[in-house]
Design a protein around this ligand. Structure first.
Ligand code: RFL
Ligand code: PHB
Length: 394
């Protein structure tokens, strides 16, 4: 029965856990990282696509920026579309800032490769992962390759996503949960076809939201708003393309189709737990908060949490605890700004069921808001500042 001692035990090898582990490795701080799925599952998950400028800088600073440099697609802005018209919001012109299209899958690949190369202690495919004594001498237990491990650590970091074990190990009365559900979902596809657009298109149509994103010069990522109760089987490929053609249509532009290689329906949720610390346990990324994907903030928030926590742990081992004590407040203060932006983008661009007068009112009000946002320089600048990523002190 192996018994390990380390400084930081990290649960979850998603982008947050892998980045934190790598950052600690670079700083010479011992860690153990435990993931309950196998490496292929971790490498295969298709999720986010947009990196804020600060997230790209983080990857570069930690020496894992070669992939995003070589294959990331720098975008100067986005298109907002409504009433059959497409408007460009140019972040670079407004603020001198950009975003980079680089799939979460690619970020995770680069981090896994870095860990593999350095031979760091990352355990994939672990079973029965559990955390103990969070307010005393914390430990982590798991089973791996038929052996039962115990890891004693100074700190435990829950980077295990929304459904992970860490947040659930905190007594319910020690955490406050803030939550908001949405009456719609996204159906997302990956298609082997060159993008029909140079930058992302977010569209509000009478039939609902649609969006055109991409992963590379040969792979497109597209989404349509659907009912959360819809079964994927009721969306054969032809129906998806039909909806995309209709909702993304503007005169003189056409959408190219290609073979669909992946499709799934994603529920939408806003969720924040307060605080992000319980004793020696710290929560980062989706373990502590979830946003609907419309603002492209989930991965970026996870990376921002990790940047802060990693700096706080480095300071702690250098003898200063101020940053660690402030971690939850600092991360949540940024997170609530991100929450309101994601909620704003989601409410702006999705069609609520228009069966009653309130729904019909909302839709026209959204069109008015879009008209304002696409024509006021101040409004566009605010959108640009938030989409490209708030600084910690903003
Ligand atoms: P993850 O990625 O969920 O990783 C958690 C890891 O923990 C493991 N785990 C456990 N390990 C050990 N023991 C246990 N008991 C465990 N329970 C779970 C899991 O197997 C997993 O490997 O969380 P993390 O690292 O915090 O990362 C968060 C991001 O994945 C997420 O916020 C983004 O994907 C959200 N998101 C987007 N974010 C952006 O910044 N920009 C985007 O453009 C963007 N688009 C999206 C998105 C999320 C989407 N979906 C699928 C909800 C688009 C979509 C469609
Ligand atoms: C994506 O490319 O998957 C993507 C892009 C922007 C979003 C959400 C998802 O807001």
């Amino acid at each position: 029965m192996p018994h390990l001692t380390t400084r930081v035990a990290i649960v979850g090898a998603g982008p947050a856990g892998l980045l934190l582990g790598w950052s600690l490795h670079q700083a010479g701080i011992d860690f153990v990282l435990v993931e309950n799925r196998d490496r292929e599952y971790v490498l295969g998950r298709i999720r986010a696509g947009v990196l804020e400028q600060g997230s790209v800088e983080t990857l570069e600073r930690l020496g894992v920026g070669a992939g995003v440099h070589a294959n990331g697609m720098v975008h100067n802005g986005i298109y907002l579309q409504y009433s059959g018209e497409r408007h460009h919001v140019d972040f670079n012109e407004l603020l001198g800032r950009t975003v980079t299209i680089y799939g979460q899958q690619a970020v995770v690949h680069d981090l896994v490769e870095a860990h593999d190369g350095a031979g760091t202690p990352v355990f994939y495919d672990a079973n029965d992962v559990a955390v103990h004594e969070l307010t005393g001498s914390p430990s982590l237990t798991f089973e791996h390759d038929g052996q039962h491990y115990t890891v004693n650590a100074d700190f435990i970091v829950g980077a295990d996503g929304f459904h992970g074990v860490c947040r659930q190990s905190v007594p319910a009365d020690a955490l406050q949960v803030f939550e908001r559900e949405y009456p719609f979902a996204w159906l997302g596809i990956l298609a082997d076809v060159a993008p029909s657009t140079d930058e992302l298109i977010y569209a509000l149509h009478d039939d609902g939201f649609a969006m055109h994103s991409m992963r590379s010069h040969t792979v497109s990522r597209l989404y349509v708003q659907v009912d959360p109760a819809d079964d994927i089987a009721s969306w054969p490929d032809a129906r998806i393309w039909d909806a995309l053609h209709t909702r993304l249509a503007v005169p003189g532009w056409s959408l190219d189709e290609g073979p669909i290689t992946e499709k799934s329906i994603l529920p939408m949720r806003s969720f924040v737990v307060s605080t992000l610390q319980y004793g020696s346990l710290f929560l980062v990324g989706d373990a502590g908060h979830i946003v609907p994907p419309t603002g492209a903030k989930g991965l970026n928030s996870a990376m921002s949490d990790v940047t802060q926590l990693s700096a706080a742990l480095v300071a702690h081992y250098a003898g200063a605890d101020v940053l660690l004590e402030a971690y939850s407040d600092t991360a949540l203060s940024r997170q609530w700004k991100v929450q309101q932006f994601s909620q704003w983008m989601t409410d702006l661009l999705h069609k609520r069921p228009a069966t009653d007068a309130a729904g019909a009112f909302d839709y026209r009000s959204q069109l008015g808001r879009l008209d304002y946002v696409t024509h006021s320089t101040e409004a566009k600048r605010s959108l640009a500042e938030q989409y490209t990523g708030l600084r910690l002190d903003a």
